[in-house]
Design a protein around this ligand. Sequence first.
Ligand code: 13P
Length: 251
Amino acid sequence: MPCVPLVAGNWKMNKTVAEAEQLIQALLPRVASLDGVEIAICPPFTALRAMIDSAFGSRVAVFAQNMHEADHGAFTGEISVPMLRDVGVSGVIIGHSERRAYFGETDERLASKLPVALDAGLQPILCVGESESQRLAGETESLLRRQLEAAFANVEPERYADVAIAYEPIWAIGTGRVATLEQAQEACAFARSVLAESSEEAERTRILYGGSVTAENAAELLALPDVDGALVGGASLSAESFAAICAGALL
Ligand code: 13P
C-alpha cells in the first residue's frame, strides 16, 4: 500500500440530523486512536453542517455524496462546490453507481465534475465498477477503462494522485456478495494500470474497494496490494462496524 489508506462511509439517503448526531458521537471515541488511516463520513446534504461541527478537531473528515459542476445557477435541487466548501466539506463522492443508474449521470458529466472538485481543494472519490452482466460477458476491464479514461479526460497527469478511485462492482453493492480477494485485487490493479498509462502519479492514486465491506472481511481486502482503502455503505451506519473496518486498514 503506497499511501495512507482512506476509509469512507457512504451513508446514502439515511439519517436525520438527530440520528446522524447519535452515530457520530458513537463513532468518534472508537476511531480517536486510529493513526495511520484517513477516515471520512459522507452524510446526506442535510446533515453535513451538523457533522462538520461535531467532527471538528477529530480524525473524521466530512465528505458530500454528490456535487454539481457549476458554481451557481438555475439547477433546481443541486448543490455546488462553493456551497460545499462554505459549510466545511473536504471531499466528495463522484459518479456512484446509484447516481449513474437512477439519476442519469454520464461519464461526460463526471469528466466536468472532477476538475471542479480538484480545483476547489476537495478530495474526490470517483466510483467505477461493472454490473453482473458485464462481468459475466467478460467486459469488466473494457468498462473500467472506458469509465476511467472518460472521467480523467480533463485531469492533469500531475493531479492523478489527488483523486481517489472506488472500485465498486455493482453486483456487490448492498447484496452481501463481496468480491473475492482475487477479483478485488485484479480489478484495482487493472484500474491502476490504466491510470499509469497517462500518469506517473498512478502509483500514489488511492484505489478503494467498495461493495458489501464488513467488519469481518475488511482487513483482508485492505491488505491487498492494490487496495488502498474502502468505500463502505451499509456497515458504515453502525459505529461499531465502521470503526472495526477503519481499524482493519491498520492490520
Ligand atoms: P454496501 O457497503 O452497502 O454494499 O454499499 C457499498 C457502496 O455503495 C458504498 O458507496
